[in-house]
Ligand binder design. Structure first.
Ligand code: FMN
Length: 217
């Protein structure tokens, strides 16, 4: 087994607990070497049957970022209807999507369900394990960005068809997430949605069951 010094171990937990979803970015350019390390972190994620179903579309062109931001804002406005007339309406409209325009880099991370052919080890019983693998890559990138001092925001408010059209993605490839990356001077120590009093962190002890569903003692 790998051995970690106490300091290295603290570093891992610091990234896990300090990682935040960020919506506001400075337009300061990002160092290429740090971006490369973040991509390597994503590429070292676990994947079902070692399928590695991801691709990374690196978007730096402002016109394309504006189109992606428009698609996300369109979806946000469509979703807002669900909260109209509720006490969540105001909070929902405060969720920023302009981060996609501000951040110097947006990475569209995709899933290719056909990679590895039709018999990827372990994927026959739970087909969505391909997307779960991409989610593992995203979390690795998020932690690596955090360690690099680069903020990252995960945007999933969009219609896949819009993102496919903007980025020329073929129909069988799924755009799983739009990740905005950039430096920021707005880095909260708690989730933004907690600060907006949208949700709070649940009590971990209440989520742990022993030897069967619902058994807490
Ligand atoms: C699968 C997934 C999709 C998400 N999509 C969005 C999104 O579309 N817009 C957004 O503002 N945040 C999005 N987030 C970020 C969450 O809102 C955020 O992770 C959560 O509020 C907890 O905050 P924290 O990441 O700072 O701990 C997403 C996160 C995940 C894991």
């Amino acid at each position: 087994m790998l051995q970690f010094t106490e300091q290295e171990k603290q570093g891992v937990y610091k990234a896990i607990e300090g990682r935040r979803d960020i919506r506001s970015f400075l337009n300061t350019p990002l160092p290429e070497d740090a971006i490369q390390r973040i991509l390597e972190a994503g590429h070292h994620a676990p994947s079902v049957g070692f399928m590695q179903p991801w691709n990374f579309i690196m978007v730096t062109d402002q016109e394309i970022k504006d189109k992606l931001a428009y698609a996300a804002d369109k979806e946000r406005r469509a979703l807002a209807i669900h909260y109209e007339g509720t006490d969540r309406s105001e909070g929902f409209m405060k969720i920023k999507v302009q981060g996609l325009q501000e951040a110097p880099l947006t990475i569209c991370i995709t899933n290719d369900p056909t990679r590895g052919g039709s018999h990827v080890l372990g994927r026959n019983s739970i087909p969505e394990t391909d997307v779960l693998s991409v989610a593992c890559a995203i979390q690795n990138m998020w932690l690596a960005s955090c360690a690099e001092g680069i903020a990252l925001g995960w945007v999933s408010f969009y219609k896949k068809a819009d993102v496919r059209e903007i980025l020329g993605i073929p129909p069988h490839i799924e755009p799983v997430a739009l990740l905005s990356l950039g430096y920021t001077n707005e880095y909260p120590d708690r989730p933004l949605l907690e600060i907006l009093q949208w949700e709070k962190r649940r009590n971990l002890q209440e989520l742990i069951f022993k030897n069967g569903w619902g058994v807490q003692k």
